[in-house]
Design a protein around this ligand. Sequence first.
Ligand code: HEC
Ligand SMILES: [Cu+2]
Length: 416
Amino acid sequence: MRLSSFLSQSARWGRAALALGGTLLLTGCNLNFWRMDGHQSTIQVDGPVARSQLEVFYVTCWVTLVIFVLVGAVLAYATLKFKARTADDEHAEPPEQSHGNPLIELSLIGLSILALVFIAVPTLKAIWFTYDVPEEQRDNAYEVTAIGYQWWFKFEYPNEQIDGVGPLVTANELVIPAGRPVRVNLRTVDVIHSFWVPKLAGKVDMIPNRGNHLWLQADEPGYFWGQCAEYCGDSHAVMRFRVIALNEADFADWLSREKAPARTLTQTAAAGEAPKIQFASFKRNEYGFSEKWDANAAVPPLNHWKQQQFPLQNEDAALIATGRRLFTEKTCAGCHTVRGHEGLGITGPDLTHIGARTTIAAGLLENNPEQMARWLLHPDAVKPGNKMYTTGYIPNNITLTQDEVSALVAYLESLK
Ligand code: HEC
Ligand SMILES: [Cu+2]
């Protein structure tokens, strides 16, 4: 090798090593990267269904790793042993061929079959296990129905009937009892979506005219991230949801709050003044989540959810009343249900208790007055192509002043 080519070669390797070292250094600071413990990790799981799926993943990984090492070793051996070392070697006769050796070929076939069986047995077991709630736990199972819409999720509780209304309905945050199997019926009103809560279970498609289902269980109370996992149009990537698993008492409390009609504030109960919303602070395409959502946050997500159940301080009853009137005037009521108030629409998410949810726009923004204002002002900037904008704001020519937005926000956030 000539000196100049040696130098340029080693410079290239040097740069590569530097880049690799830099990457390791940077990601090294982020422990979550190494633990693979992101919000949607399938490696750090919190329920039996996801655990059985993880086991299949590991079995497959180990089997293929063994194959990789064996094939790699044979390849390396052959490469080194039969390498041309001198100019004469280039023209030498090929070494003796072992093609057609029945012993080698049969044992390769046998080993392949063995590897497949090794993978197939746990896979089949997991398929049976994840398909439906195990027989002996059926009586204990809780049932919900998840319905996919472009681009949000509706959740129905068939066993929680409200007199004169029908089943309890909510959206984008699925609240379940912890430590109990939950059977989720999967439906869609439009295209194919897919239901996936990486730490608990998934994925199963929501297919038009086909009744799919899955089951999941959270080992302990917790707050879990979910995501539509089947491309379904413009805002598929931001069609998210949350699963909140509660202990028995908290779950019963939530059910009774959730079944109650929308909260109505009386003038005497609250006559504060809502803090001013900082309209200037909205940026395009910037996710509205604070550090509260970090894994090491001072307020763990489940506690954050619990805090969200309480009314905001400084509720302004007059402003809330204006917001309620605007909700009808601006045609919001035609798409959204606010049970007990004027809202009757069913094409958008149920908003009866929107103030008590931690997210808006299908898990995309944190639910607080600022982000709510941002969503109402520019739903299209937050979520491209969303139906609230394309089939509501545009045809109905909805424009909102900052005062109107402030009133609507006060109203929506009061719906605990
Ligand atoms: C044409 C029907 C339609 C109209 C009119 C409409 N919305 Fe919506 N709204 C939707 C849909 C659909 C979504 C779900 C959007 C998404 O996440 O993709 C939505 C989402 C929302 C959300 C977030 C809910 C959640 O759980 O994430 C709020 C809050 C909301 N709308 C309030 C309003 C207000 C206030 C108005 C009136 C100014 C209004 N909407 C007008 C259809 C409508
Ligand atoms: Cu989808």
